[in-house]
Design a binder for this molecule. Structure first.
Ligand code: UDP
Length: 261
């Protein structure tokens, strides 16, 4: 499929114009960044894995009635998606306290929350994606009350679904980030799930060992990043039909190549 012009380049993905109006091609890169771009690296094979894992999760969400931007996966690194106007908010859903929450409020790492906690960050790299309140979102017209109620409801449904899905394969869903976008489908304005859901955007801990199977391996220099992402893909059953794909594409575990930029 022919790509149009580049619309946007982010830290881990590039968005190109799609073949038809209202579509785009989302390309997954191997680049990894953390701490607001202070730490940068390339993790060979990460884009391929995130493409497949995100496709799997978004397809499953579609099947339970949550509309997403994903139309279809095109190849190892690309997806055809609906072009949406991204709402500039990161919706963070937490089940267990870790990361910035523990630092900000001195909550012990690993505290199980009594119910899912939704936080909002304003998507702005220059400001370091600051935490904001619902009232900021409404005041600055990034979304209205009705939109926010709808999105909060989506966040909780997505969390319920993913908690069960990951629990079934021996993984705790600790927290994750979602993005939503506005789109007109058949003359109707809708808010749909956009971006990606992958070990780059979730914290995933093995149920038994609490081993981290997500981007914290990169953030905290824990090593074996690709092996962890592959483990998530393998447990999700993604490589069943093509069981040799991981070895062919990524080499044996010790062959993983992390290039510092
Ligand atoms: N997250 C993300 N992109 C961001 C910020 C956070 O995907 O720009 C995800 C992150 O991977 C984690 C969750 O959102 O699963 C909560 O992250 P947190 O607020 O604890 O931020 P961090 O500790 O990474 O700064």
């Amino acid at each position: 499929m022919n790509k149009g012009k580049k619309l946007y380049e982010g830290k881990a993905k590039i968005l190109y114009e799609g073949p038809e109006k209202g579509t785009a091609i989302q390309h997954f890169k191997d680049d990894a960044t953390a701490f607001n771009n202070l730490k940068k690296s390339t993790v060979e094979g990460k884009g391929v894995l995130n493409n497949r894992i995100s496709e799997h999760i978004l397809n499953n969400l579609n099947q339970i009635g949550i509309k997403t931007h994903l139309l279809k996966r095109l190849n190892m690194r690309e997806q055809l998606v609906r072009l949406v106007e991204i709402i500039p908010i990161e919706f963070i859903v937490r089940n267990i306290a870790t990361g910035s929450l523990t630092k900000r409020l001195a909550i012990p790492d690993g505290t199980v929350l009594s119910k899912p906690l939704i936080e909002y960050s304003y998507k702005n790299d220059e400001l370091g994606d600051p935490l904001i309140a619902r009232e900021h979102i409404i005041e600055f017209k990034w979304a209205n009350k009705m939109d926010l109620d709808l999105i909060n409801n989506y966040c909780l449904r997505i969390n319920d679904f993913m908690l069960g899905m990951f629990r079934g394969i021996g993984i705790k869903l600790v927290d994750f980030k979602l993005e939503f976008g506005r789109v007109n489908i058949d003359g109707k304005n809708e808010i749909i799930l956009a971006d990606e859901i992958s070990p780059d955007t979730c914290r995933l801990w093995d149920v038994v060992s609490e081993k981290k199977l997500d981007k914290d391996r990169f953030r905290k220099d824990l090593g074996n990043i690709i092996q962890a992402y592959q483990e998530v893909a393998r447990r999700l059953g993604i490589f069943h039909e093509e069981s040799n794909i991981s070895e062919v594409k990524f080499g044996k575990p010790q062959a993983v190549n992390i290039k510092k930029k």
